[in-house]
Structures are given as C-alpha cells and as structure tokens.
Design a protein around this ligand. Structure first.
Ligand code: GAR
Length: 205
C-alpha cells in the first residue's frame, strides 16, 4: 500500500532527502504529505519546499525537549489533515509522547545514529567514539513510550576508523542512514513487517 508520510525534523533534513530521492526514483511507494519542524528556519523546511512538499515550522513551546500538550495536538491535527498514515521522525530532536503514538498506532518510526540499544539519547556517534567501540552504526525502529527503545526494523553497522573524529564518524553513519530509512519504509509499504513483542519479523516478499 502506498504510504502517506508525515516527516518531522529539526535540522538539515538529509534523511528526509533520502526518502524523497527514493520516492522520485520509483523505489519507494510513498508520498510525503507534510513536513513539520520545531525549529524555525530549519534546513529540512527548505529542502521540502524545493520538492513542493507542504512544510511548516510549528512551535513546541513551552516545552524544550518534548512534543506535548497543545503543541502535540496541533502536530496531530496537521498531520491528520494532510492525510498522513505514517509518522517519520527524521532528526526530530524531541521525545514524542503517548498522544501522538495513540493517534498513529504502530505507525511512528525513528532513525537513531547508533546500534541500539547502545547509546540512546543525544550525539550517539560521539558517545560511541568516547566509549571506544570499534563498530558504530544506525537503527530504524518503531517508536514506543520509551526513549530510542522501540522494536528494531533495520540496522546498519559502520566500522570506527583510527583517526575518526565525531564529525567524520557521523558523516559515515549518515551515508548508511540514507540507505536504512528508505529500506525500512519499503518493508512497511510492502506490509512485510510484523511486530512480535520486542522483535520485528520481516516477512518474505
Ligand atoms: C541523524 O543523524 C539522525 O540519526 C539524528 O539526527 C541526524 C539528523 O540528520 N537523530 C537523532 O540523533 C535522534 N535522537 P538530518 O536532519 O540530516 O536527517
């Protein structure tokens, strides 16, 4: 079934771009129906506008780290009005709460720049480097009530190289993110994902 995606982001929007590129290349059966950002002037909004995707800054005040209260209601209303059936968190730097999860049950996805359950939270590539892991990576997962804790759909490993800085490691993780997110959405669009407890089973095509 063709997906109708609402993308939420706070930053540069390279993950949203990888989804746009997959749709335009005909390799992902989906349409981005709206892009919402909690950051005024975020680059993700410009990127969306360049592809004629409706894009809006929507304040999350008075909250600093979560999407809750009236702001959450506004986000849900705008996504529903746009006809979204799936919410894609793409560098959205806030915790989403129960209200949004209940409005889109089993249909909220996130990408995280680490091999979860290692290094949840912020700047995970830096956490991995500081910890001294030899392998970093990224994870696409369904969102649950916890932080970066939902059932895992796709993971990609990225070797840590001698001489890596947080920036060089994050850049190589992002290359894999841009493969992983369209891959996870392709599986969702093909109805090949089944959540069983903590596990996501991937059905054969
Ligand atoms: C990505 O690396 C994403 O994994 C990370 O923010 C970046 C957004 O980049 N997300 C988180 O850290 C969420 N906790 P983008 O705006 O270019 O897609």
């Amino acid at each position: 079934m063709s997906l109708r995606l609402a993308v939420l982001g706070s930053g540069s929007g390279t993950n949203m771009q990888s989804i746009v590129d997959a749709i335009e290349a005909g390799t992902l059966d989906a349409k981005i129906v709206c892009v919402l950002s909690d950051v005024e002037g975020a680059k993700i909004l410009d990127r969306a506008a360049r592809h004629a995707i409706p894009a809006r800054y929507v304040s999350c005040a008075p909250f600093k780290t979560k999407l809750d209260g009236e702001a959450q209601e506004t986000y849900i209303r705008m996504m529903k009005e746009a006809g979204a059936d799936t919410v894609v968190l793409a560098g959205f730097m806030r915790i989403v709460k129960q209200g949004l999860l209940e409005a889109f049950p089993g249909r909220v996805l996130n990408i995280h720049p680490a091999l979860l359950p290692a290094f949840p939270g912020l700047e995970s590539w830096k956490q991995a480097l500081d910890y001294g892991t030899k392998v970093a990576g990224c994870t696409v997962h369904f969102v649950d009530a916890g932080t970066d804790s939902g059932p895992i759909i796709v993971q990609k490993a990225v070797p840590v190289e001698e001489g890596d800085t947080p920036e060089t490691l994050h850049a190589r993780i992002q290359v894999q993110e841009h493969i992983a997110y369209p891959e996870a959405l392709r599986l969702l669009a093909a109805n090949r994902l089944r959540i069983e407890g903590r596990r996501v089973r991937i059905l054969a095509p």
